[in-house]
Write a protein that binds this ligand. Structure first.
Ligand SMILES: [Zn+2]
Length: 163
């Protein structure tokens, strides 16, 4: 994994406050710091993803994990046929406790896979968007039903009071 020349990578033997955290960034100095004690134990594909993720923090100028993941997925090696599978496995590994982070990364992986020509990914995205539309339809139907009930209620009160 080649890091762009404007980004400096340094190592620390350990992060005392966050021993589990494999790496972190310094926005003011455009720097990635690797926690050797945690990072060195990880599988190669996860290491690669982490570096892309940290570059994502610096490039998007954001501490948001979802944004950094999206950058890492977007910039996974398109020539490597396995790159999106590796990204998927990395996200599942790193965000095992965070289903929201996994969900948003999975959707991004599908989007990039579809853009790279996967028919299966395109089909899956279509199904997800259909399911979302259906959900919206259901909400509107419920809202309409409530509005009708409310109107009937108001009209009834009005008639009863008139008598
Ligand atoms: Zn991060």
């Amino acid at each position: 994994m080649n890091v762009p020349p404007d980004i400096r990578v340094v190592s620390a033997p350990e992060f005392r406050e966050f021993p589990e955290n494999p790496a972190r960034v310094y926005f003011d100095s455009n720097m990635i710091e690797i926690n050797r004690a945690a990072y060195d134990k990880l599988p190669e594909y996860v290491k690669d993803f982490i570096i892309r993720h940290e570059i994502g923090h610096l490039r998007t100028n954001s501490a948001n994990e979802h944004k950094a993941d999206e950058y890492a997925i977007e910039n996974s090696d398109a020539k490597d046929a396995e790159s999106l599978v590796k990204a998927l496995k990395s996200v599942n590994y790193l965000a095992a406790q965070n289903s929201k982070r996994r969900d948003s990364a999975h959707l991004k992986i599908l989007t990039v896979a579809a853009r790279r020509g996967s028919k299966l990914a395109k089909k899956a995205l279509g199904e997800i968007s259909n399911a979302k539309d259906k959900e919206k339809e259901d909400i509107w139907q419920t809202a309409l039903f409530c509005a009708v009930l409310l109107t009937i209620g108001i009209v009834t009160i009005y008639i009863v009071n008139k008598k």
